[in-house]
Ligand binder design. Structure first.
Ligand code: ADP
Ligand code: GN1
Ligand code: MG
Length: 365
């Protein structure tokens, strides 16, 4: 693989000489390497194989990311003291100008500048981190609110269309392709009992009650890079940046970040909503966005946390029933473990629902 990687890397306009490429990070979709160069004074890079089973139109995906990062760079350029190489992702172009390389096996590769000395957490440690996370995605939202030109290409159409997710899930349950249904009937029933409630956001969008905006749509906390003081540097993992609803971003940030346990905790006693972290996310996000969001959108923020947790349970269980074709798994029951953790978290949100809504109200004024 080493020499193959080297020949791929040669096609990108990187500075310095290839030294090594080692697997890096803990994303569930793409395959990421840290690419180290020989020279001390040359940058390192982040090399990724784009999961093109999921992202089928790599040229359009590449254009989206270029537009988004150029726009953010343009905005930041006017801010005194900004470090442009660290506060926005820098995609590295190829000699042919396409911005990605397709190898003989059909893999698509891309390169970003590596941002050194950052922190990226799979699990939050305190309320300040939650505040920074909410603020980071709020700022991201604000900076993209005036992206000129045509709408971004819908790389994953219906990505958070819960109505569609539920319909696909019902089909998957019917098909039961690898005979896993019997052991998950309780989870299927739990999710189906709630299916009507979670179609609400898509319906509100269709009726024009809430507007579409450019949103990130994959707001795990490890998709924000922080500096050594836990201050925000950069929002990363821009594959899913597309038109959608704001409650998706704050909702998924809370689902992932305000859990007392892990997304895939085997010990369900660890899993519950941490209200202090929840409040941190809401405070940070609203601090940046409350002037621009409509009252109807603000009303959806707490619901977004429940919605994205519900949807993620559906997605993990769908993949489990399907035989694990979408998410990377580290054990045969990994997707089921993840499903159960999401269901436990959703139950905890249901139990704290009044407080969740009150916290939004307290932070609007
Ligand atoms: P995935 O889609 O698989 O989640 P990401 O783009 O999020 O892939 O990258 C995986 C991890 O690599 C991130 O969680 C982060 O820790 C790290 N990372 C990504 N981009 C950079 C970068 N430009 N500089 C430094 N670290 C990065
Ligand atoms: C995936 O790429 P990563 O690991 O940041 C997924 C998200 C899920 C998340 C669950 C494109 O995110 O939607 O919420 O796993 N990304 C895609 O951990 O499906
Ligand atoms: Mg990621």
């Amino acid at each position: 693989m080493g020499s193959n990687i080297e020949s791929i890397v040669k096609q990108f306009k990187i500075e310095g000489t290839f030294k090594s490429a080692d697997i890096f990070g803990s994303g569930l979709i793409n395959t990421t390497y840290k690419l180290v160069t020989e020279e001390e004074d040359k940058p390192n890079y982040l090399l990724q194989i784009i999961n093109h089973q999921i992202f089928k139109n790599v040229p359009e995906l590449t254009k989206n990311i270029k537009r988004v990062t150029d726009h953010i760079r343009g905005k930041l350029a006017n801010v005194p003291g900004v470090d442009l190489d660290r506060q926005v992702l820098t995609p590295i172009d190829t000699s042919d100008g396409l911005g990605f390389v397709k190898d003989e096996e059909g893999n698509y590769w891309r390169v970003f500048l590596f941002i050194e000395n950052t922190r990226s957490y799979d699990k939050l440690e305190n309320g300040n981190q939650a505040f920074q996370g909410g603020k980071a995605f709020g700022q991201f939202q604000k900076m993209l609110s005036d992206l000129p030109g045509e709408p971004l290409y819908p790389v994953l159409p219906d990505f958070h269309n819960t109505e569609m997710r539920i319909l696909n899930f019902i089909e998957r349950v019917k098909a039961n392709p690898v005979n896993r249904l019997a052991e998950v009937q309780e989870e299927v029933d739990f999710l189906m009992e709630r299916s009507e409630e979670y179609k609400k956001i898509v319906q509100m969008g269709r009726e024009g009650i809430i507007p579409e905006r450019i949103v990130h749509q994959d707001t795990k906390f490890n998709n924000v890079l922080l500096d050594e003081n836990d201050d925000i540097l950069c929002v990363i993992d821009l594959d899913t940046v597309m038109p959608g609803y704001v409650c998706y971003d704050i909702g998924d940030a809370i689902r992932n970040g305000a859990n007392t346990g892990l997304e895939d905790d085997r010990d369900l006693d660890n899993v519950s909503l941490n209200l202090e972290l929840y409040e941190g996310f809401i405070k940070g996000f609203l601090q940046e966005t409350k002037e621009v969001l409509t009252a109807a959108e603000i009303d959806t923020l707490a619901f977004g946390a429940k919605l994205l947790t519900y949807e993620q349970a559906v997605r993990f269980l769908d993949d489990y029933i399907d035989g694990d074709n979408y998410y990377k798994v580290n054990a045969p029951d990994h997707n089921l473990v993840r499903t159960r953790a999401q269901i436990k978290l959703l139950k905890s949100m249901e139990a704290n629902w009044e407080q969740m809504q009150a916290i939004v109200k307290q932070n609007v004024n």
